[in-house]
Design a protein. Structure first.
Length: 90
C-alpha cells in the first residue's frame, strides 16, 4: 500500500511504497507551486510510482485550487502525456 503526503517542512510531496519513497520537490512562487524535481529510488523505477505521485499532486492541486508549473523533465513529460491536467497548470 502507498501513502501520499505533502511534507511542507521539506517542501516536497512524498509517496511511500513497498519499494521505497518517491518524492517531488517544489517551491511556491507568485501563487504557483513549481515542481522542481521528481525522483524514485533506483530499485523502484519503472513501476509507475512517479506517475502515481504526480497523479496525487494533481488531485491535491484540484482540491486546494492550487496552480502547478512543471520545471523538471519528468513533470513536463507527465503533463504532456495527460492533457486532462490542463486545469491545474499555470
Amino acid at each position: 500500500m502507498s501513502a501520499f503526503r505533502d511534507n511542507t517542512a521539506e517542501h516536497r510531496y512524498e509517496l511511500d511504497a513497498s519499494d521505497g519513497k518517491s518524492f517531488a520537490e517544489y517551491r511556491d512562487l507568485a501563487g504557483v507551486r513549481v515542481i522542481l524535481h521528481v525522483e524514485t529510488p533506483v530499485d523502484a523505477r519503472g513501476k509507475g510510482y512517479a506517475s502515481a505521485l504526480m497523479k496525487h499532486i494533481v488531485n491535491e492541486a484540484r482540491s486546494t485550487k492550487r496552480r502547478l508549473r512543471a520545471s523538471c523533465a519528468f513533470a513536463v513529460a507527465y503533463f504532456r502525456r495527460h492533457p486532462d491536467t490542463a486545469d491545474v497548470q499555470a
